[in-house]
Write a new protein. Sequence first.
Length: 213
Amino acid sequence: MSDLVIVGAGGFGAETAALVEDINDTASRWSLVGFLDDDPELHGASVIDYPVLGGVDWLSRHKARYVAAVGRSRVREELTGRLSNLGAAPATLVHPTVSIHASSSVGHGSILCRATTVTVRTTIGAHCIVNLHCTIGHDCSLGDCATLHPGVHVSGNSRIGAGVEIGTGAVILPGVQIGAGSIVGAGAVVTRDLPARVVAAGVPARVTRELDD
């Protein structure tokens, strides 16, 4: 078994710990050492019986694999950049109930949660989060650090840019491209391409504002 730490001791971090337990119930793979979080008030606490060991810099002094269990794409991009500079090695977590075709691929550091389906010829980048009950159709791509919140449905031939965040229950229609860093609101239906670094919401989704750098 390989030592593993979860970066981020919030709600999704706790869910990720439960995902690790489910993986180990199928085949003992990970020894979950605990959590890392830069909030000093959490240090020494425990999350579902796993200790919060310290901040992210803990990985500069200890050898363990990590996953960044932080739901916000922008924050996760910054964290994984820091961890890369420390030379830390990411793990990839795929829940045993995930269905993913052999022609598709998942990048290092990504987390695929329970009951997600990934069909054929789809590429999921590094440090992505695909939350509970998502579906991703044929010939799609998700850029690095993209986030699909629970119940997102991405139709075939869609292109989701790096750092995109798609809210719970949103639907992406076939062939749509979403530019890097954009945010799609919960329940939206995206029927046409969206540019980079915008917020879009509604049915059909419309741009509501641009995001600052």
